[in-house]
Design a protein around this ligand. Sequence first.
Ligand code: AMP
Ligand code: MG
Length: 347
Amino acid sequence: MLNTKMLKLAAADDNLDSLTEAAKLLQSGELVAFPTETVYGLGAVYNSDQALAKVFQVKGRPADNPLILHIWSYQQLDLIVKEVSPKYERLMKEFWPGPLTLIFPKKEAVSYLATAGLDTVAVRMPSHPIARQLLEITDIPIAAPSANLSGRPSPTKGEHVFEDLNGKIPLIIDGGACEAGLESTVLTIYSEHPVILRPGSITKEMIEATLQEVVQLAMPDQADKPQAPGMKYRHYAPKAAVTLVEGENTKVVAKINQLLAELDNVKRVFVLGTAENEAKYHCTNFLNLGSQAKPGEVAARLYDLLRRCDQLNAELVLIEGVSAKGIGVAIENRLRKASGGNIINVS
Ligand code: AMP
Ligand code: MG
């Protein structure tokens, strides 16, 4: 067991000095968890196979699920990718630094451990000031999947990382709650049309507006293989059983109330729903996802609430589906994964 240190930093400060120890740990092949604008990342330098192997081991991540490399400058991009298409240049200009991951042909310097044997590499330039400063002083691209145990909801607060990885890594940089709260959008242009392999807060509409062409959303079974191996696993799930109820709002509320009535003998049933519906449920264990009018806030709260269900020993969680528009597409995607396919449609 390692002694896991928590280093609390404020994103608004100049943290270059405080991050020296973290950079040294990374450079010596150790793992460091750090905040980004999406979720917390579990960082390892990309050029040490030993460090990369540790990432898979610590998370319990399947070896066929590739990692995203994080950079802070375009010089670092040159180290790891073979070519940058003009489409990517437009997207990078518009959305980097930010929550958009792009798939490139990889350079030899990138280990197949990081790419899970693929000849492509996923790259992102985060905008979070602490992530950027850490990347800058470490001065080596950093592979960083979400800093949770595989299958658990991604961490959006320092304490979530501690819950999962205490004793397994030497350092967690705690920069408070993540702004977006969902993992980055993953996009590839190496197919007939650009394809979103994983939806996120940079939406299909935003990418289409920049590229001036139609962008496809990978269907879950297309996303499984061959392009986005990571999407096939049950993800983002609390320990409790989850049932997702999708459809028109009044019908969703009625269905959840019906389930609650039928489940009279199950003590620890929780409802995860929107603020607008709170008063309509016949349930005392209600967790508020936020307003339907503010899907960005719902996204930012979601993983914290899924973890809260575990802390409260929920046996069953009934979740209200969201409208699949804009960022709602990404929320719906994560809710479906959390439900493990246990979905009731009442539309
Ligand atoms: P995580 O690091 O947990 O946010 O997951 C990274 C996501 O990016 C997973 O869904 C991976 O399958 C996907 N990904 C990483 N590298 C590639 C790649 N070279 N091609 C396609 N998808 C990738
Ligand atoms: Mg993850």
